[in-house]
Design a protein around this ligand. Structure first.
Ligand code: C2E
Ligand code: MG
Ligand code: MG
Ligand code: MG
Length: 289
């Protein structure tokens, strides 16, 4: 009977796992083609100052412009890029595209703001991550202060040695480093000391209920104080409501990013936001505003 059961399970799982493996292989092949066919695009989500309301920078976010399925979000393909190592070439394309875009904005006479690029753990396994980035900086001749890299705690945990070296070299170029999704990983305060960070981004998990959940409010306030006492800038992620915004202003958070201000924008609309001087409405809103 056990044998029969075993066979039943075997028969039940095998076709499913095959299907999944085949589906993944299919995505991998498509992703390789996507890079060659230039189907990847970047959207730019603005961040705003919580003191002036002005745009302070953008986060570059990867999308796949699929000929049949339309715009595919990173959730659907980033893990495949990471597992296959394709994230290395795609990541190089992202940095190059952001540097080129900074040059274009500058030649259009627009005021430049830093653009941040996300880095996966897998990219730190590559020996020459920092020198590839250094070459891109040289080739595009952008001011390195306008380039920022965002990495999560899991990167620092998985690739501690490689990350420490690469980050020191990146910092020496003059780029900025930001700790992304802070508080969701294996948060170790030692990371904040050990790695040369400029910015701490509070994960949106703590922002969501910040005005209704006393624990989240306490954690958010503590993170803002922690960042400031370490000399770091602090950015709140996932701000969707006026109430969340007011809480963050009141508690001295430096910057915000989230749908309340803007979704990630296709390039044309990000440029428009710059041209029009798009800004966050500040102060308490009244009926007369
Ligand atoms: P992330 O770096 O934490 O990026 C922020 C994510 O939150 C983005 O999702 C953004 O669209 C979303 N978001 C922003 N404001 C709000 C809000 O108010 N509410 C909600 N619910 N969500 C908000 P997206 O673009 O789908 O990216 C997901 C993740 O994919 C990123 O998380 C990042 O980890 C990864 N990713 C995106 N682009 C790249 C890339 O070029 N390279 C690498 N390695 N990873 C990337
Ligand atoms: Mg990010
Ligand atoms: Mg984040
Ligand atoms: Mg994230």
């Amino acid at each position: 009977q056990a044998k029969e059961q075993g066979r039943a399970i075997y028969q039940f799982y095998l076709p499913q796992m095959n299907e999944r493996a085949v589906a993944r292989l299919k995505i991998e092949t498509q992703l390789r083609g996507a890079l060659a066919r230039r189907e990847f695009v970047l959207h730019y989500q603005p961040k705003a100052s919580l003191t002036s309301g002005e745009i302070t920078g953008f986060e570059a976010l990867l999308r796949w412009q699929h000929p049949a399925h339309g715009l595919v979000p990173p959730l659907k393909f980033i893990s495949v890029l990471e597992d296959t190592g394709l994230i290395v070439s795609v990541g190089e394309w992202v940095v190059r595209t952001v540097c080129d875009q900074l040059n274009k904005w500058q030649s259009q006479g627009l005021v430049l703001h830093p653009v941040s690029v996300n880095l996966s753990a897998r990219q730190f396994q590559q020996q020459d991550l920092d020198s590839v980035i250094g070459k891109t900086l040289e080739m595009t001749a952008i001011d390195p202060h306008f380039l920022e890299f965002e990495l999560t705690e899991s990167v620092l945990m998985k690739e501690a040695e490689a990350a420490a070296n690469a980050l020191q070299n990146l910092k020496a170029f003059g780029v900025k480093i930001s700790m992304d999704d802070f508080g969701t990983g294996y948060s170790s305060l030692a990371y904040l000391k050990r790695f040369p960070l400029d910015t701490l981004k509070i994960d949106r998990a703590f922002i969501r209920d910040v005005t209704t959940d006393l624990d989240d409010a306490a954690i958010a306030v503590a993170m803002i104080k922690l960042a400031h006492s370490l000399g770091l800038k602090v950015v709140a992620e996932g701000v969707e409501t006026r109430a969340q915004l007011d809480f963050l202003i009141e508690n001295g958070c430096d910057e915000m990013q989230g749908y309340y201000f803007s979704q990630p924008l296709p390039l044309e609309r990000a440029s428009q936001a710059l041209i029009q001087g798009y800004r966050l409405p500040m102060g308490i809103q009244t009926m007369n505003d």
